[in-house]
Design a binder for this molecule. Structure first.
Ligand SMILES: Cc1ncc(COP(=O)(O)O)c(C=O)c1O
Length: 384
């Protein structure tokens, strides 16, 4: 922390808005433009909503303390955060070295969008720092990883990757971990992004994202792309919701982790389950690394059923306490059949290459009791 207080104390601290009314929370400032004392375009203060807004600024300031990033840009979605970084760093002819285990939307954006602009996308197993080192050549400007990854929960060694990324920008999608569990900038990454749609807001009622960095030059480029080129900063109402969600992030993550561990152990012992991916389980290949790199193993797990695709779809449709819905990180448990949902934008071959089978289920464990979740899962598994 740049601030000496603990994460939870910074997250809940009362705001001190400048209005003089002593509100303990920042109001939602809806004005799209701000009055000026003199003609011109002042360097400081608020001018126009796309370039700055007090509600958004209050969130960004708090996130700067919580992520230990000096510069934070909140965006209209997690994908807007990812696009902001890519379009700030990459030019035609550059190479992007990307993990082979990423959110399906990110992979599709890299392969189908960035490649149209002459960016060479090279995919590697980012759990192997030597493979990343081999792929990073002189034209590599950006190395992109997630940890833990969506949906396979692979764990990537950020310190080792910071060493091999060389002069390239190392960007880490920290959506699954959140800044409460893992702070990539402290581990050597140049940039950390996350979707605030997930755990950071936590209540499935806002879509947003954030880009964080300590690098002044990158920050200048991110500001231009986010505010001027893409014009995609977070809107004030979402900034208000995310600021509120942040206040309970630590408490929620502790509970998500506790229940996810119980659910993961139950699934690992069940005869209808072929395998469970959760970094908190001792047998997970990334468990030791996650224990060093993270303060909390998170609330998402995935598992393979001993079943075919149709049976797996019937299983997720049969659940009642677990909600069949896109997304993750909400207070309510969210379940998906990954092949037909979050990786539907990938071709069957791309899914196979990424290790995503028709029998894979992703579970984002919410704040229900473990007992109620286990009753639901046990009942649906018994039908397989
Ligand atoms: C790891 C990860 N990164 C980024 C995103 C994109 O976030 P958003 O949906 O807020 O654009 C997602 C969405 O599921 C995700 O899981």
């Amino acid at each position: 922390m740049t601030d000496e207080r603990d994460f939870e104390s910074i997250a809940v601290a009362a705001d001190r808005p400048e209005s003089g009314t002593k509100d303990v929370v920042t109001p939602i400032h809806l004005s799209s433009t701000f009055g000026l004392d003199a003609a011109g375009y002042p360097e400081t203060g608020y001018t126009y909503g796309r370039h700055g807004n007090p509600t958004r600024a209050a969130l960004e300031e708090r996130l700067a303390d919580l992520t230990t990033g000096e510069h934070v840009f909140t965006t209209a979605s997690g994908m807007a955060a990812i696009s902001t970084v890519c379009l700030s760093v990459l030019s035609p002819g550059d190479r992007l070295v990307a993990s082979d285990s990423l959110f399906g939307g990110t992979t599709t954006m890299f392969d189908e969008f960035l490649s149209r602009f002459g960016v060479e996308v090279v995919t590697v197993d980012a759990t192997d720092p030597d493979a990343v080192a081999d792929a990073v050549g002189s034209s590599t400007e950006l190395v992109w990883v997630e940890t833990p990854t969506n949906p396979l929960l692979k764990v990537v060694d950020l310190g080792a990757l910071a060493d091999v990324a060389d002069d390239a920008v190392l960007a880490v999608d920290n959506t699954f971990a959140t800044p409460y569990a893992q702070r990539p900038l402290e581990l050597g990454a140049d940039v950390s992004v996350f979707s605030t749609t997930k755990f950071v807001n936590g209540h499935s009622d806002s879509v947003g994202g954030a880009v964080t960095t300590r690098d002044d030059d990158l920050a200048e480029r991110f500001a231009f792309v986010s505010e001027d080129a893409l014009g995609s900063p977070m809107v004030p109402f979402d900034a208000f919701l995310v600021t509120r969600g942040l206040k309970t992030l630590g408490a929620r993550m502790d509970r998500h982790e506790r229940t996810a561990t119980e659910v993961a152990r139950f699934l690992a012992d069940h005869e209808a389950v072929a395998g469970v991916n959760y970094p908190g389980l001792e047998h997970h290949p990334g468990h030791d690394l996650a224990s060093r790199q993270m303060d909390n193993y998170g609330g998402v797990l995935s598992f393979e059923l001993d079943a075919d695709g149709a049976e797996t779809r019937a299983f997720v449709e049969d659940l009642e306490v677990c909600n069949l819905a896109m997304s993750l990180g909400g207070v309510e448990t969210l379940v998906e059949h990954t092949a037909s949902m979050s990786t539907a934008s990938l071709s069957p071959d791309e899914r196979a290459d990424a290790g995503i089978s028709e029998s894979l289920v992703r579970l984002s464990v919410g704040l229900e009791t473990a007992e109620d979740l286990l009753v639901d899962l046990r009942r649906a598994l018994a039908k397989l």
